[in-house]
Design a protein around this ligand. Structure first.
Ligand code: BTN
Length: 259
């Protein structure tokens, strides 16, 4: 089914997230559009969705490729009352909210990989690109960009071995509209924890889905890499790694798990 503002609003039970929707058949990047709208003062909870992106962006300067009309590509503008130090929670908030929604739709257990990938049967089906803007020490807006592979079956090039979709794993077609509505509902419900400053539930849920702890990993950063055993999360959302030289905390990079 083609997305329209009308059919997306139909049956959507949220009050804030998705109250304002921008729907495109094709756009450069929903994150770029959401950022422009946020800078122009659009309300918290605004959602920008597209069936196709011509310049979809992933983390660390990569592109995000997605078959037109098969998946979910959308960005949510939020204006949480968080300081610069608290902003890390948004990574875990978005992963947990989406994982809960996908679990309720599919009945399958969803795993989290640091910093913000979601995995099904050990393969990535969803990536999140978080872009925060600050004024002095507070967040002015946060753009949560979500690329979720729903019904795409073929993944080309090196994506072939790393990426998957719900349909590919579960041999079942999924209604993208219902899935999106379920994600927005879950994001709105969990946002209460962000607003109240009670991050423990979010962090506990994320940790319980993280399969990396106790495993040997390598984190590739732009200029170096850190290898060791993933042992936990620091108070500010970094990944604690036990290396030969002692404990090290990393805040960005691509994790490979060495099995
Ligand atoms: C990752 O690298 O894993 C993050 C991928 C995020 C992709 C989504 S698709 C919708 C939104 N718009 C973008 O340009 N990127 C994000």
């Amino acid at each position: 089914m083609e997305f329209t503002k009308e059919n997306l609003h139909q049956g959507l039970e949220t009050r804030v997230i998705g109250a304002k929707l921008f729907v495109f058949e094709s756009i450069d990047s929903t994150n770029t559009c959401a950022k422009t709208l946020a800078e122009a003062g659009v309300e918290s909870g605004t959602v920008v969705l597209a069936d196709h992106q011509t310049a979809g962006r992933g983390r660390n300067g990569r592109s995000w490729l997605s078959e037109p009309g098969a998946n979910l590509l959308f960005s949510v503008v939020l204006r949480p009352q968080l300081t610069r130090e608290q902003a890390f929670i948004l990574t875990f908030y978005s992963s947990v909210a989406i994982a809960r929604a996908v679990e309720s739709v599919t009945g399958e257990q969803i795993e989290c990989k640091w910093p913000n990938d979601l995995l099904l049967h050990g393969k990535k089906f969803c990536g999140i690109l978080l872009e925060n803007s600050f004024r002095q020490q507070a967040i002015t807006h946060s753009i949560i960009g979500i690329g979720l592979n729903v019904n795409q079956i073929e993944f080309h090039g090196d994506l072939g071995s790393r990426a998957t979709s719900l349909r590919k794993e579960l041999s079942q077609w999924f209604d993208r509209r219902k899935l999106l509505q379920s994600i927005l509902t879950s994001m709105e419900a969990l946002f209460i924890e962000i607003d109240s400053g009670a991050f423990e539930e979010i962090l506990q849920d994320w940790k319980s889905r993280c399969f990396m702890f106790g495993k040997p990993i390598t984190v590739a950063r732009p200029h170096d890499q850190v290898s060791g055993t993933a042992v936990g999360l620091s108070e500010d959302g970094g990944l604690i790694i036990e290396t030969n030289q002692g404990k090290s905390v990393v805040y960005a990079g691509d994790v490979s798990i060495l099995l």
